[in-house]
Write a protein that binds this ligand. Sequence first.
Ligand code: ZN
Length: 164
Amino acid sequence: MEVIQSFTIDHTHLKPGIYVSRQDKGFTTFDLRITEPNKEPAVAPAAMHSMEHLMATWFRNSSVKDDVVYVGPMGCLTGMYIVMTGEYSVEDMRELTIQCLSWILSQESVPATTPETCGNYLLHDLPMCQWESRRYRERLQHDFHSEYATLQVTLEEGMVFADA
Ligand SMILES: [Zn+2]
């Protein structure tokens, strides 16, 4: 797999899809872009929280569970990060994510939504999470994007912008 250096992404030309944002220290960070940033509404916090529980549960029980390092939402609420060890391509992650989203669409509850298992157990919205999952699956199947447009941003001498 080609090594991609840390770079800054132009969010004004960013379509929903799956992108590699970092490859370092043996880990690959996949950006699962669910919505088009700043052009359509971001995922609502409760729906994103449910998606985190469901997606993490699916990936951590899947055939690739031993290589899953981290699953968590982007602070901007437009997507999810999945950090993997091992060799995975964007195409591999596309197939896995489609399976994951199909499983989410079949669920009738969100796992681990008690005060003992979640830091904000009332902040969940399964119907809206499934609405987002259905649309994202559709996009992964029929309107897939995986090439980031890069942008040079300099903050201060010797400092680079990072959002993850
Ligand atoms: Zn939680």
